[in-house]
Design a protein around this ligand. Structure first.
Ligand code: 4AD
Ligand code: MG
Length: 460
């Protein structure tokens, strides 16, 4: 295995004269008169390591196997590179081809690809420069998120993937069952858990349990939605980060969300600059401007009612009309962030009927203490709220949702949290892939997750 300090990323920084072993996959091979040049990468760096193989070092039939996609180990000496783009290159002494990649067959060799033609190549696309950059950023973003919360003393909670409750009350869940594998046709009481179970849509309700024991907590895990929305911003399986805080109201919740987004961008700008430069060059010329604006400017904060008034005044022919009481659509969110305010906007106090049952009712009797954080290009990146902590109010809301399939008895423990040591609390959920789109400039959410699950698509 590759030991720390020996990744291509590290070798590129080492001094000439060191003897090293590089391992990885061939990007390209060029043949000069008396030397062969190989660009080698192990996925650790946007820059390849140039390997120089003098003619005659290995037989021609070995050279012939060193084509794009082949896997090699090369041992030799790092020497100062006369070429531009790298300080050192590796002068090969011994070379092993572990696995060839027949250029007549290798899909990444055969034709020019774009993001769309790479999607059916889920087993190979990670080897391209673009996905190298995207997935290194994804790794750095995950680390940045843990760092942000850990530094603030939040406890990381693993919410269950298999869940019996519909946390969003939206009914777009995948069922988990062993029915069909020996159990009499779909008798729920005979099923594995003896009840209906689903893939979780959100870890929030479980996070609330932990927030009422550890005060500040967060989840970071996969969540699932069976919405049949084939858009560039929706996945059936996506990662969500859900902080939940006791002793917290909607104002504190907004402050945390803003600090959270800013910290992620700052950390990734610091840790992944060469990858972001690559992505800006090929995919989003405004990338650095967008990222730096998010860090620098305070987010705009407006109420839903104000947002509706602004949108009605905009003099636009909206595809979806703007009326008080209907949800903001992506075109409205983009208008607010891209044209009116030109920065992230937090919209609060949405009408009760378009938001989830657990959001705290405001005194006006019409709105709830909800917040959505909208960012340019993406729209909603965070959804959250202050939670309804008043037992009877919450119970009545669950009852009022009976027509949407909510059963009071399924939420007995959630209600009980309001009877024993309850307190004002709030939280939010950030879509990890939405944040990835914002950070990388990728336009389609399928290109920021290793193996996208969308309607009709679960091959890899
Ligand atoms: O607004 P949502 O549905 O909120 C919740 O699930 C709350 N339980 C969060 C909480 O308060 N703890 O989802 C939160 C975020 C959205 O803002 C969006 O970024 C992302 O999750 N998201 C999706 N991302 C990709 N594909 C989907 N189908 C998504 N649905 C939501
Ligand atoms: Mg939402």
């Amino acid at each position: 295995m590759i030991q720390p300090g020996n990744y291509v990323r590290d070798l590129l920084k080492r001094a000439p004269g060191d003897t090293v072993c590089a391992r990885g996959w061939v990007k390209t091979r060029r043949d000069g008169k008396s030397v062969h040049f190989i660009q080698l990468n192990d996925g650790s760096s946007p820059t390849d390591l140039q390997v120089v193989v003098e003619a005659g070092l290995v037989p021609p039939e070995v050279i012939a196997r060193i084509t794009t996609g082949a896997c090699l180990s090369v041992e030799g000496e790092l020497v100062a590179s006369p070429g531009k783009g790298q300080a050192v290159e590796l002068k090969a002494r011994t070379l092993t081809v572990h696995g060839a990649a027949d250029p007549e067959e290798y899909p990444l060799q055969k034709k020019k690809h774009n993001l769309e033609t790479l999607r059916p190549l889920g087993h190979l696309r990670a080897r391209t420069n673009t996905f190298g950059a995207v997935f290194r950023v994804r790794n750095a973003l995950a680390r940045a998120i843990h760092h942000f919360f850990q530094e603030r003393g939040f406890i990381y909670v693993h919410a269950p993937v298999i869940s019996a409750s519909d946390a969003e009350g939206a009914g777009s869940m995948f069922t988990v069952t062993t029915c069909g594998t020996g159990i009499p046709a779909c008798d729920v009481s005979q099923d594995f858990f003896g009840r209906r179970t689903y893939l979780t849509v959100s870890g929030q309700l479980e996070a609330e349990i932990f927030a009422l024991a550890f005060a500040n907590v967060y989840t970071f895990g996969p969540t699932f939605r069976a919405e049949n929305s084939n858009t560039p911003r929706h996945l059936a399986e996506f990662y969500m980060i859900e902080p939940e805080m006791a002793f917290c109201d909607l104002k504190d919740n907004q402050d945390l969300a803003e600090a959270f987004l800013k910290s992620q961008v700052e950390q990734v700008l610091r840790d992944c600059r060469p990858d972001l430069e690559f992505l800006a060059k090929w995919y989003e010329p405004d990338l650095f401007r967008n990222l730096e604006t998010l860090v620098a400017a305070p987010f705009e904060r407006i109420t839903y009612t104000e947002a509706v008034a602004l949108l009605q005044k905009a003099g636009r022919n909206w595809e979806f009309p703007v009326d008080w009481g209907s949800d903001l659509q992506s075109e409205h969110e983009r208008h607010l962030t891209e044209e009116l305010f030109r920065k992230p906007v937090i919209v609060v106090d949405y009408p009760q009927q378009i938001k989830a049952f657990y959001m705290r009712s405001n005194d006006d009797g019409k709105t709830v203490a909800a917040m959505d954080v909208l960012v340019p290009r993406i729209g909603e990146i965070i959804g959250g709220s202050q939670r309804e902590e008043r037992h009877d109010v919450l119970r009545d809301k669950i009852r009022a949702h009976a027509d949407r399939g909510m059963k009071e008895e399924s939420y007995w423990w959630y209600l009980e949290l309001r009877r024993f040591g309850g307190v004002e609390h709030a939280g939010f959920g950030m879509g990890f892939e939405r944040m990835m789109m914002y950070l990388t400039g990728m336009k389609n959410i399928r290109d920021v997750i290793p193996f996208p699950r969308t309607p009709g698509n679960a091959e890899f």
